[in-house]
Design a protein around this ligand. Structure first.
Ligand code: NAD
Length: 476
């Protein structure tokens, strides 16, 4: 997989890009080269072609499932629907999943799936047919199952596709009591988890918020501490981009530009994210949003003046040809692989802080882990302890009122008495994971004198994977 694939923006194949980042980090690891090769390579690549009847014609569909690492099982990773799907892309995304799971401390090996279709131009009926056939192909080859490999949503897929996958799996494995755990990102009504849909975007927000709390880092790029008032640009208003934009907006950031396929919109005083989404639903486009300027060339939105730039669409959008024109002080990689290695070097020289994908967009897999656990335990989070905690809190308040001889207001009581609901626990677990991950990376960066967060994140992930191999007794 070391062959270079040349195109006008990137001289490396996508998988080469990850290999480069991996190699930078392994300078700091004094172990045998062969062992590092084992971690780097993809363990299983399943490429399939299957026929599906679309209208009156039979179409042959190209699809993939790649399991990058079996050091922990099950494997875990999303499924992408896009005409740009290739084996190289899915292998790369599956490798990123391995490192991401290690950083987020979730017990999975990395995987990824993809089907080469454009869901935007297909009927729901045909997408369902293809999804169900893809699932049965995975079952045939033992590439899906609660303890084997657990897919989730990614670019071009969502709850709807996950519920078809679950239903197909259940119909072919009706006696599997853990069948619900064969896929995550399902609708709540079908074993999904409250908080999964927005988890990646919320994780992106928590990660950047943590960086913006650090005075030393903010001083180095000439920004004030905190999120309030920071100028933000987001590319891609799908699952990840939309929720990221919303969390930044609610926290007081100024969303100066939003970019979609058809173009971008800009307002230096800020865009109201929910109004933009309403406008998109009503008109089918973000363009012509009241009081905003249209930008026809959507890529050029990345080059506008801002503090924080968040690519949340696809890979390789910041490359050798536009990196020099990027004006942001922080880039948060919500998408997977949005920066090519050549661009990475240019941005680093410009002093831009890059918060890497293998950490920043791990919120999705973290909450997928919670969903998987819920499905395996067959009980909703909070069900056992919510009422008990509320009763205990009520008793505690009575004692406080008696001792202090003071009545606590009804409003305050309502806040203090409430036991944790599923969504509270999920968000608390996500916040904890993102804060811990951030500080582990920053501390490693400082203690090992590493030049950037990406290399430190890779080093953290690789060290953890080596640890698991050692525990398994595979590595000497
Ligand atoms: P999505 O399909 O929900 O949304 C992607 C959005 O990007 C769409 O609205 C699409 O129109 C837009 N887009 C496509 N090309 C564009 C362009 N050239 N310029 C601007 N916008 C463009 O996908 P998603 O789930 O939000 O995934 C986005 C990225 O985040 C991908 O890289 C994915 O791998 C990564 N990611 C997703 C998750 C998740 O939980 N969904 C988790 C981790 C990482």
């Amino acid at each position: 997989m070391s062959k270079k694939i040349q195109n006008k923006t990137n001289i490396y194949s996508f998988f080469n890009c990850i290999e480069k980042n991996f190699d930078k980090a392994t300078r700091f690891i004094p172990i045998e080269k062969g062992l590092l090769e084992q971690i780097k390579e993809c363990n299983s690549v399943y490429r399939m072609n299957f026929p599906v009847k679309i209208g009156k014609q039979i179409k042959v569909i190209e699809a993939y499932r790649v399991q990058h690492s079996h050091h922990k099982l099950p494997c875990k990773g999303g499924i992408r629907y896009s005409m740009k799907v290739t084996q190289d892309e899915i292998m790369t995304l599956s490798a990123l999943m391995t490192y991401k799971c290690a950083i987020a401390d979730v017990p999975f090996g990395g995987a990824k799936g993809g089907i080469k279709i454009d869901p935007q131009t297909m009927s729901e009926e045909n997408i369902e047919k293809i999804t169900r056939r893809y699932t049965s192909e995975l079952i045939k080859k033992n590439f899906i199952g609660p303890g084997i490999d657990v897919p989730a949503p990614d670019y071009g897929t969502g709850e709807r596709e996950m519920s078809w996958i679950f239903d197909t799996f259940l119909s072919l494995r009706p006696s599997d009591v853990d069948a619900l755990a064969c896929v995550t990102g399902k609708p709540v009504s079908q074993g999904g988890l409250r908080g999964r849909k927005e988890a990646t975007g919320l994780g992106v927000f928590y990660g950047i918020r943590e960086l913006c709390k650090m005075k030393e880092e903010m001083d180095s790029i000439g920004l004030e501490v905190g999120i309030i008032g920071k100028k933000v640009i987001i590319q891609g208003l799908g699952n990840v981009g939309y929720h990221t934009a919303n969390f930044f907006y609610e926290a007081g950031a100024i969303i100066v530009a939003l970019a979609e396929r058809e173009g971008a919109i800009y307002n230096k005083n800020g865009l109201d994210v929910s109004q933009v989404i309403l406008h998109l639903k009503n008109t089918g486009s973000i363009l012509n949003f009241p009081k905003a300027k249209n930008i026809k060339n959507t890529e050029s939105a990345l080059e506008l003046e801002c503090d924080i730039l968040i690519p949340a669409a696809l890979e390789n959008v910041i490359h050798i040809n536009n990196a020099n024109r990027i004006k942001a002080k922080i880039i948060g990689e919500a998408a997977n692989g949005p920066i090519t290695p050549e661009a990475d070097e240019i941005l680093e020289k410009k002093g831009i802080i890059i918060v890497p994908d293998i950490y920043l967009n791990a919120g999705g897999v973290t909450v997928s882990y919670f969903e998987w656990l819920k499905n395996l335990s067959h009980v909703r989070y909070g069900r056992m302890e919510k009422r008990f905690n509320e009763n205990m809190n009520a008793r505690l308040l009575q004692v406080v009122e008696t001792i202090c001889n003071k009545k606590i207001s009804k409003k305050e009581k309502k806040i203090i008495l409430r036991g944790a609901r599923e969504i509270d626990l999920v968000r608390s677990g996500l916040e904890d994971t993102m804060i811990n991950g951030f500080h582990k990376i920053i501390n490693l960066k400082k203690s090992s004198n590493i030049e950037n967060m990406r290399t430190a994140a890779f080093l953290l992930a690789i060290n953890k994977i080596i640890d698991s191999y050692e525990k398994l007794g595979i590595f000497p």
